[in-house]
Design a protein around this ligand. Structure first.
Ligand code: UTP
Length: 414
Protein backbone atom coordinates (compact mmCIF):
# COMPACT_ATOMS: atom_id res chain seq x y z
CA UNK A 1 0.00 0.00 0.00
CA UNK A 2 1.33 3.38 -0.98
CA UNK A 3 1.25 5.83 1.94
CA UNK A 4 -1.45 8.50 2.10
CA UNK A 5 1.17 11.24 2.49
CA UNK A 6 2.70 10.35 -0.87
CA UNK A 7 -0.72 9.94 -2.45
CA UNK A 8 -1.96 13.33 -1.41
CA UNK A 9 1.28 14.99 -2.55
CA UNK A 10 0.93 13.61 -6.09
CA UNK A 11 -2.82 14.24 -6.22
CA UNK A 12 -2.16 17.87 -5.28
CA UNK A 13 0.49 18.08 -8.00
CA UNK A 14 -2.14 16.98 -10.48
CA UNK A 15 -0.47 13.59 -10.99
CA UNK A 16 -3.13 11.26 -9.56
CA UNK A 17 -2.90 9.04 -12.68
CA UNK A 18 0.31 7.45 -11.34
CA UNK A 19 -1.92 5.43 -8.98
CA UNK A 20 -4.28 4.24 -11.76
CA UNK A 21 -3.09 0.62 -11.59
CA UNK A 22 -2.35 0.42 -7.88
CA UNK A 23 -4.94 -2.30 -7.27
CA UNK A 24 -3.23 -4.54 -9.86
CA UNK A 25 0.27 -4.23 -8.42
CA UNK A 26 2.03 -6.92 -6.41
CA UNK A 27 3.55 -5.90 -3.06
CA UNK A 28 6.99 -5.69 -4.64
CA UNK A 29 5.74 -3.49 -7.48
CA UNK A 30 3.82 -1.28 -5.11
CA UNK A 31 6.97 -0.80 -2.98
CA UNK A 32 9.00 0.00 -6.07
CA UNK A 33 6.53 2.67 -7.12
CA UNK A 34 6.40 4.13 -3.63
CA UNK A 35 10.19 4.30 -3.42
CA UNK A 36 10.39 6.02 -6.78
CA UNK A 37 7.71 8.53 -5.84
CA UNK A 38 9.62 9.38 -2.65
CA UNK A 39 12.82 10.15 -4.58
CA UNK A 40 11.55 11.64 -7.80
CA UNK A 41 12.26 15.34 -8.39
CA UNK A 42 8.81 16.23 -9.72
CA UNK A 43 9.08 19.84 -8.52
CA UNK A 44 12.07 20.60 -10.78
CA UNK A 45 10.48 18.87 -13.76
CA UNK A 46 7.22 20.78 -13.31
CA UNK A 47 9.07 24.06 -12.96
CA UNK A 48 10.91 23.33 -16.20
CA UNK A 49 7.72 22.31 -17.96
CA UNK A 50 6.01 25.57 -17.00
CA UNK A 51 8.96 27.71 -18.04
CA UNK A 52 8.11 28.97 -21.49
CA UNK A 53 11.00 31.29 -22.30
CA UNK A 54 14.26 29.91 -23.77
CA UNK A 55 17.65 30.16 -22.09
CA UNK A 56 19.31 31.84 -25.06
CA UNK A 57 18.61 35.53 -25.35
CA UNK A 58 18.44 37.16 -28.77
CA UNK A 59 20.11 40.27 -27.37
CA UNK A 60 23.33 38.56 -26.29
CA UNK A 61 26.58 39.80 -27.78
CA UNK A 62 28.45 36.95 -29.45
CA UNK A 63 32.15 37.34 -30.30
CA UNK A 64 34.93 34.98 -31.32
CA UNK A 65 37.11 33.55 -28.55
CA UNK A 66 40.89 33.31 -28.89
CA UNK A 67 42.48 29.89 -28.89
CA UNK A 68 45.97 28.47 -28.94
CA UNK A 69 46.78 26.13 -31.80
CA UNK A 70 48.81 23.18 -30.59
CA UNK A 71 50.58 22.78 -33.92
CA UNK A 72 51.83 26.39 -33.70
CA UNK A 73 53.55 25.94 -30.34
CA UNK A 74 57.33 26.22 -30.52
CA UNK A 75 59.40 23.20 -29.55
CA UNK A 76 60.40 25.07 -26.41
CA UNK A 77 56.79 25.88 -25.41
CA UNK A 78 55.67 22.35 -26.09
CA UNK A 79 58.44 20.85 -23.99
CA UNK A 80 57.75 23.25 -21.16
CA UNK A 81 54.03 22.35 -21.14
CA UNK A 82 54.65 18.63 -21.44
CA UNK A 83 57.07 18.74 -18.53
CA UNK A 84 54.58 20.69 -16.41
CA UNK A 85 51.77 18.27 -17.29
CA UNK A 86 53.86 15.26 -16.36
CA UNK A 87 54.85 16.90 -13.12
CA UNK A 88 51.17 17.27 -12.15
CA UNK A 89 50.39 13.67 -13.08
CA UNK A 90 53.43 12.33 -11.23
CA UNK A 91 52.43 14.30 -8.14
CA UNK A 92 49.09 12.50 -8.15
CA UNK A 93 47.16 15.70 -8.84
CA UNK A 94 45.37 14.48 -11.95
CA UNK A 95 42.23 12.40 -12.43
CA UNK A 96 40.11 11.35 -15.38
CA UNK A 97 36.31 11.26 -15.44
CA UNK A 98 34.51 9.45 -18.25
CA UNK A 99 30.90 10.45 -18.67
CA UNK A 100 29.14 7.23 -19.59
CA UNK A 101 25.66 7.84 -18.29
CA UNK A 102 24.04 8.57 -21.66
CA UNK A 103 21.44 6.36 -23.30
CA UNK A 104 23.25 5.94 -26.63
CA UNK A 105 19.88 5.91 -28.38
CA UNK A 106 21.27 6.70 -31.84
CA UNK A 107 23.76 3.81 -31.75
CA UNK A 108 21.05 1.49 -30.48
CA UNK A 109 23.48 -0.89 -28.76
CA UNK A 110 21.92 -3.19 -26.22
CA UNK A 111 23.83 -2.18 -23.10
CA UNK A 112 25.99 0.72 -21.91
CA UNK A 113 27.77 2.42 -24.84
CA UNK A 114 31.17 1.67 -23.27
CA UNK A 115 30.49 -2.05 -23.67
CA UNK A 116 30.28 -1.68 -27.46
CA UNK A 117 33.10 -3.47 -29.32
CA UNK A 118 35.02 -1.94 -32.22
CA UNK A 119 37.58 -3.61 -34.48
CA UNK A 120 40.85 -1.65 -34.61
CA UNK A 121 41.78 -4.26 -35.90
CA UNK A 122 41.57 -6.29 -32.67
CA UNK A 123 38.13 -6.41 -31.09
CA UNK A 124 38.06 -4.12 -28.10
CA UNK A 125 35.36 -2.36 -26.09
CA UNK A 126 35.12 1.42 -25.80
CA UNK A 127 35.81 1.17 -22.06
CA UNK A 128 38.95 -0.87 -22.67
CA UNK A 129 40.24 1.62 -25.25
CA UNK A 130 40.11 4.35 -22.63
CA UNK A 131 41.58 2.13 -19.95
CA UNK A 132 44.56 1.24 -22.12
CA UNK A 133 45.47 4.90 -22.51
CA UNK A 134 45.17 5.63 -18.81
CA UNK A 135 47.23 2.54 -18.05
CA UNK A 136 49.95 3.53 -20.49
CA UNK A 137 50.22 7.07 -19.14
CA UNK A 138 50.22 5.75 -15.58
CA UNK A 139 53.15 3.50 -16.43
CA UNK A 140 55.02 6.47 -17.87
CA UNK A 141 54.31 8.48 -14.71
CA UNK A 142 55.18 5.65 -12.34
CA UNK A 143 51.86 6.33 -10.61
CA UNK A 144 48.30 5.25 -11.28
CA UNK A 145 45.92 7.89 -12.55
CA UNK A 146 42.53 7.48 -10.84
CA UNK A 147 39.67 6.84 -13.25
CA UNK A 148 36.11 7.83 -12.36
CA UNK A 149 33.18 6.67 -14.45
CA UNK A 150 29.85 8.44 -14.39
CA UNK A 151 26.95 6.07 -14.95
CA UNK A 152 23.21 6.52 -14.67
CA UNK A 153 20.47 4.61 -12.91
CA UNK A 154 19.78 2.85 -16.21
CA UNK A 155 23.27 1.49 -16.87
CA UNK A 156 25.15 1.47 -13.56
CA UNK A 157 24.85 -2.22 -12.72
CA UNK A 158 25.56 -3.37 -16.30
CA UNK A 159 28.63 -1.12 -16.42
CA UNK A 160 30.02 -2.44 -13.15
CA UNK A 161 29.33 -6.04 -14.19
CA UNK A 162 31.23 -5.46 -17.46
CA UNK A 163 34.30 -4.17 -15.63
CA UNK A 164 34.15 -7.06 -13.19
CA UNK A 165 33.78 -9.63 -15.98
CA UNK A 166 36.76 -8.14 -17.80
CA UNK A 167 38.91 -7.97 -14.70
CA UNK A 168 39.04 -4.16 -14.90
CA UNK A 169 41.09 -4.55 -18.08
CA UNK A 170 44.17 -5.23 -16.00
CA UNK A 171 44.09 -1.82 -14.29
CA UNK A 172 43.97 -1.88 -10.47
CA UNK A 173 40.36 -2.10 -9.33
CA UNK A 174 41.24 0.29 -6.48
CA UNK A 175 41.88 3.06 -9.05
CA UNK A 176 38.50 2.79 -10.77
CA UNK A 177 35.44 4.43 -9.26
CA UNK A 178 31.83 4.56 -10.38
CA UNK A 179 29.28 7.18 -9.47
CA UNK A 180 25.72 7.70 -10.64
CA UNK A 181 24.39 10.91 -12.10
CA UNK A 182 20.99 12.13 -10.98
CA UNK A 183 17.76 11.56 -12.87
CA UNK A 184 14.82 13.79 -13.71
CA UNK A 185 11.33 12.58 -14.57
CA UNK A 186 10.19 12.88 -18.16
CA UNK A 187 6.82 14.55 -18.72
CA UNK A 188 4.26 14.14 -21.46
CA UNK A 189 2.83 16.99 -23.49
CA UNK A 190 0.36 17.84 -20.72
CA UNK A 191 3.05 17.92 -18.07
CA UNK A 192 2.06 14.52 -16.66
CA UNK A 193 4.50 11.93 -15.35
CA UNK A 194 4.84 9.00 -17.74
CA UNK A 195 4.16 5.45 -16.58
CA UNK A 196 6.61 3.31 -18.52
CA UNK A 197 5.26 0.34 -16.58
CA UNK A 198 2.23 0.24 -14.32
CA UNK A 199 4.63 0.46 -11.36
CA UNK A 200 7.42 2.58 -12.83
CA UNK A 201 7.73 6.19 -13.97
CA UNK A 202 9.91 7.20 -16.86
CA UNK A 203 12.99 9.12 -15.76
CA UNK A 204 16.05 10.18 -17.73
CA UNK A 205 19.65 10.97 -16.80
CA UNK A 206 20.03 14.72 -16.31
CA UNK A 207 22.57 15.30 -19.12
CA UNK A 208 26.38 15.42 -19.12
CA UNK A 209 26.12 18.75 -17.29
CA UNK A 210 24.79 16.70 -14.38
CA UNK A 211 28.43 15.80 -13.73
CA UNK A 212 28.95 18.77 -11.40
CA UNK A 213 26.03 18.06 -9.10
CA UNK A 214 26.74 14.34 -9.17
CA UNK A 215 30.44 14.65 -8.35
CA UNK A 216 29.77 16.94 -5.44
CA UNK A 217 26.63 15.18 -4.22
CA UNK A 218 27.98 11.62 -4.50
CA UNK A 219 31.17 12.41 -2.56
CA UNK A 220 33.56 12.20 -5.55
CA UNK A 221 34.99 15.65 -4.93
CA UNK A 222 35.51 14.82 -1.28
CA UNK A 223 37.39 11.71 -2.33
CA UNK A 224 39.47 13.65 -4.85
CA UNK A 225 40.33 16.29 -2.27
CA UNK A 226 41.56 13.56 0.07
CA UNK A 227 43.78 12.24 -2.70
CA UNK A 228 45.13 15.69 -3.53
CA UNK A 229 43.55 15.87 -7.00
CA UNK A 230 43.81 19.36 -8.50
CA UNK A 231 42.99 18.81 -12.18
CA UNK A 232 40.13 16.80 -13.63
CA UNK A 233 39.87 15.80 -17.28
CA UNK A 234 36.35 14.99 -18.44
CA UNK A 235 35.28 13.31 -21.66
CA UNK A 236 32.55 11.16 -23.16
CA UNK A 237 32.84 7.43 -23.76
CA UNK A 238 32.27 7.51 -27.49
CA UNK A 239 35.39 9.14 -28.99
CA UNK A 240 37.83 6.30 -29.64
CA UNK A 241 40.77 8.64 -30.25
CA UNK A 242 40.32 10.67 -27.06
CA UNK A 243 43.59 11.47 -25.30
CA UNK A 244 42.66 11.13 -21.66
CA UNK A 245 45.93 12.24 -20.15
CA UNK A 246 47.55 14.73 -22.47
CA UNK A 247 50.46 16.39 -20.63
CA UNK A 248 50.72 19.24 -23.14
CA UNK A 249 47.07 20.30 -22.69
CA UNK A 250 47.36 19.98 -18.92
CA UNK A 251 50.61 21.95 -18.87
CA UNK A 252 49.15 24.67 -21.08
CA UNK A 253 45.98 25.18 -19.03
CA UNK A 254 47.65 24.98 -15.64
CA UNK A 255 50.59 27.26 -16.56
CA UNK A 256 48.45 30.04 -17.94
CA UNK A 257 46.26 30.75 -14.95
CA UNK A 258 43.09 29.12 -16.31
CA UNK A 259 40.67 27.24 -14.09
CA UNK A 260 39.16 25.46 -17.07
CA UNK A 261 40.08 24.44 -20.57
CA UNK A 262 38.57 22.84 -23.60
CA UNK A 263 40.00 21.10 -26.61
CA UNK A 264 38.70 22.23 -29.96
CA UNK A 265 39.08 21.32 -33.59
CA UNK A 266 38.12 23.12 -36.76
CA UNK A 267 34.70 22.27 -38.09
CA UNK A 268 34.68 20.11 -41.18
CA UNK A 269 32.13 22.41 -42.80
CA UNK A 270 29.90 25.21 -41.52
CA UNK A 271 27.06 22.82 -40.78
CA UNK A 272 28.86 20.02 -38.95
CA UNK A 273 26.68 19.03 -36.01
CA UNK A 274 28.90 20.38 -33.26
CA UNK A 275 28.68 23.36 -30.93
CA UNK A 276 31.37 26.01 -31.34
CA UNK A 277 33.32 28.02 -28.79
CA UNK A 278 32.72 31.76 -28.63
CA UNK A 279 32.26 34.53 -26.11
CA UNK A 280 28.73 35.43 -25.11
CA UNK A 281 28.38 38.71 -23.30
CA UNK A 282 32.11 38.56 -22.63
CA UNK A 283 32.10 35.05 -21.12
CA UNK A 284 33.25 31.75 -22.65
CA UNK A 285 30.35 29.91 -24.23
CA UNK A 286 29.46 27.15 -26.67
CA UNK A 287 26.72 27.84 -29.21
CA UNK A 288 24.92 24.71 -30.24
CA UNK A 289 24.77 23.94 -33.96
CA UNK A 290 21.00 24.21 -33.71
CA UNK A 291 21.24 27.78 -32.41
CA UNK A 292 23.91 29.35 -34.62
CA UNK A 293 22.74 31.43 -37.59
CA UNK A 294 23.96 30.37 -41.04
CA UNK A 295 25.60 33.77 -41.39
CA UNK A 296 27.72 33.14 -38.30
CA UNK A 297 28.39 29.53 -39.17
CA UNK A 298 29.74 30.51 -42.59
CA UNK A 299 31.63 33.65 -41.53
CA UNK A 300 35.34 33.58 -42.46
CA UNK A 301 38.23 35.90 -41.58
CA UNK A 302 40.64 37.45 -44.08
CA UNK A 303 42.75 34.27 -44.06
CA UNK A 304 39.69 32.31 -45.11
CA UNK A 305 39.27 30.57 -41.74
CA UNK A 306 35.99 30.16 -39.90
CA UNK A 307 35.48 32.89 -37.31
CA UNK A 308 33.24 30.54 -35.31
CA UNK A 309 34.88 27.27 -36.29
CA UNK A 310 36.35 25.84 -33.08
CA UNK A 311 34.13 22.89 -32.30
CA UNK A 312 33.68 21.72 -28.73
CA UNK A 313 34.42 17.99 -28.57
CA UNK A 314 33.53 17.25 -24.95
CA UNK A 315 37.20 17.11 -23.88
CA UNK A 316 37.61 19.50 -20.97
CA UNK A 317 39.93 20.13 -18.13
CA UNK A 318 38.79 21.64 -14.85
CA UNK A 319 40.45 22.73 -11.70
CA UNK A 320 38.78 20.89 -8.84
CA UNK A 321 37.49 24.28 -7.57
CA UNK A 322 35.16 24.45 -10.56
CA UNK A 323 33.36 21.34 -9.36
CA UNK A 324 33.00 22.75 -5.87
CA UNK A 325 31.39 25.91 -7.26
CA UNK A 326 29.32 24.44 -10.08
CA UNK A 327 28.24 21.38 -8.13
CA UNK A 328 26.61 23.68 -5.64
CA UNK A 329 25.13 26.04 -8.15
CA UNK A 330 23.81 23.51 -10.68
CA UNK A 331 23.34 24.29 -14.36
CA UNK A 332 20.28 25.31 -16.34
CA UNK A 333 18.35 22.52 -18.04
CA UNK A 334 17.57 22.30 -21.74
CA UNK A 335 14.51 20.52 -22.99
CA UNK A 336 14.49 17.79 -25.63
CA UNK A 337 11.40 16.32 -27.25
CA UNK A 338 11.82 12.52 -27.31
CA UNK A 339 9.90 9.32 -27.88
CA UNK A 340 9.03 7.44 -24.72
CA UNK A 341 6.93 4.30 -24.62
CA UNK A 342 4.17 4.39 -22.03
CA UNK A 343 1.24 2.53 -20.51
CA UNK A 344 -2.02 4.23 -21.54
CA UNK A 345 -5.08 4.67 -19.33
CA UNK A 346 -6.35 1.24 -20.39
CA UNK A 347 -3.10 -0.36 -19.23
CA UNK A 348 -1.83 -1.01 -22.75
CA UNK A 349 1.84 -0.42 -23.57
CA UNK A 350 2.20 2.07 -26.44
CA UNK A 351 5.34 2.74 -28.47
CA UNK A 352 4.91 6.17 -30.01
CA UNK A 353 5.91 6.95 -33.57
CA UNK A 354 6.70 10.56 -32.90
CA UNK A 355 8.12 12.43 -29.91
CA UNK A 356 5.64 12.53 -27.05
CA UNK A 357 7.77 13.35 -24.03
CA UNK A 358 9.99 16.08 -22.62
CA UNK A 359 13.42 15.21 -21.27
CA UNK A 360 15.47 17.72 -19.29
CA UNK A 361 19.23 17.80 -19.60
CA UNK A 362 22.07 20.03 -18.46
CA UNK A 363 25.08 20.55 -20.74
CA UNK A 364 28.61 20.56 -19.33
CA UNK A 365 29.62 23.57 -21.40
CA UNK A 366 27.04 25.79 -19.70
CA UNK A 367 29.50 25.91 -16.81
CA UNK A 368 31.97 27.90 -18.90
CA UNK A 369 29.97 31.13 -18.71
CA UNK A 370 30.41 31.22 -14.92
CA UNK A 371 34.07 32.09 -15.55
CA UNK A 372 35.62 35.13 -17.21
CA UNK A 373 38.02 33.12 -19.26
CA UNK A 374 39.07 29.64 -20.26
CA UNK A 375 41.87 28.13 -22.32
CA UNK A 376 40.86 26.80 -25.72
CA UNK A 377 43.42 24.38 -27.12
CA UNK A 378 42.98 23.55 -30.79
CA UNK A 379 44.20 20.09 -31.70
CA UNK A 380 44.25 18.12 -34.95
CA UNK A 381 41.01 16.33 -35.70
CA UNK A 382 42.74 13.28 -37.17
CA UNK A 383 44.76 12.83 -33.96
CA UNK A 384 42.04 12.99 -31.36
CA UNK A 385 38.55 12.71 -32.74
CA UNK A 386 36.75 9.58 -33.88
CA UNK A 387 33.24 9.72 -32.43
CA UNK A 388 30.65 6.97 -32.45
CA UNK A 389 27.13 8.36 -32.39
CA UNK A 390 25.12 6.64 -35.12
CA UNK A 391 24.61 3.04 -36.18
CA UNK A 392 25.92 3.74 -39.68
CA UNK A 393 27.11 6.56 -41.94
CA UNK A 394 28.63 9.66 -40.37
CA UNK A 395 30.09 9.28 -36.85
CA UNK A 396 29.44 5.55 -36.82
CA UNK A 397 31.55 2.58 -35.68
CA UNK A 398 32.68 2.15 -39.29
CA UNK A 399 33.85 5.75 -39.72
CA UNK A 400 35.48 5.81 -36.27
CA UNK A 401 37.35 2.55 -36.84
CA UNK A 402 38.72 3.95 -40.10
CA UNK A 403 39.90 7.15 -38.39
CA UNK A 404 41.54 5.11 -35.65
CA UNK A 405 43.34 2.85 -38.11
CA UNK A 406 44.45 5.80 -40.26
CA UNK A 407 45.87 7.46 -37.16
CA UNK A 408 47.80 4.35 -36.17
CA UNK A 409 49.03 3.86 -39.73
CA UNK A 410 50.36 7.42 -39.66
CA UNK A 411 52.46 6.25 -36.69
CA UNK A 412 50.18 7.99 -34.19
CA UNK A 413 50.67 6.71 -30.66
CA UNK A 414 47.64 5.08 -29.10
P1 UTP B 1 25.50 12.28 -26.23
O1 UTP B 1 24.86 13.58 -25.96
O2 UTP B 1 26.10 12.08 -27.55
O3 UTP B 1 24.45 11.15 -25.89
O4 UTP B 1 26.55 12.05 -25.08
P2 UTP B 1 24.53 9.56 -25.99
O5 UTP B 1 23.84 9.02 -24.79
O6 UTP B 1 25.92 9.04 -26.16
O7 UTP B 1 23.73 9.23 -27.30
P3 UTP B 1 22.26 9.59 -27.83
O8 UTP B 1 22.18 11.08 -27.94
O9 UTP B 1 21.26 9.02 -26.84
O10 UTP B 1 22.22 8.89 -29.15
C1 UTP B 1 27.90 12.41 -25.13
C2 UTP B 1 28.57 11.76 -23.92
O11 UTP B 1 27.98 12.25 -22.72
C3 UTP B 1 27.53 11.16 -21.94
C4 UTP B 1 27.31 10.02 -22.92
O12 UTP B 1 27.38 8.78 -22.24
C5 UTP B 1 28.46 10.24 -23.88
O13 UTP B 1 29.65 9.70 -23.40
N1 UTP B 1 26.28 11.52 -21.24
C6 UTP B 1 25.23 12.06 -21.93
C7 UTP B 1 26.18 11.24 -19.90
O14 UTP B 1 27.12 10.74 -19.27
N2 UTP B 1 24.98 11.54 -19.29
C8 UTP B 1 23.94 12.08 -19.92
O15 UTP B 1 22.89 12.31 -19.28
C9 UTP B 1 24.06 12.36 -21.29
Amino acid sequence: MISDVIKSKFVELNQAHVFSFESELSDIESNLLERQLKDIDIETAQKLFNKKEGEYSENSVIEPIPCVIEADLTEEQRNKYIQKGFEIMKNGEYAVVTMAGGQGTRLGHNGPKGTYYVRVPETVSLFEIQCRRIKKRSEECGRNIPWYIMTSEENDSDTKAFFEKNNYFGYPKSEIFFFKQYMLPMLDEEGKLILEEKYRLKEGADGHGGIFRAMLGRGVIEDMNKRGTKWIFTCGIDNILVQLADPCFLGYISSNGYKLGGKSLIKRDPYEKAGVFCKKDGKPFVIEYTEISSEMAELRDDKGEFVYGDAHILCNLFNVEVFEKMGDKGLPYHVAHKKASFVNDKGIKITPEKPNAYKYEAFIFDAFAYYDDMGIFRIKREHEFAPIKNKCGEDSPESAEKLYLDYVAGSGKI
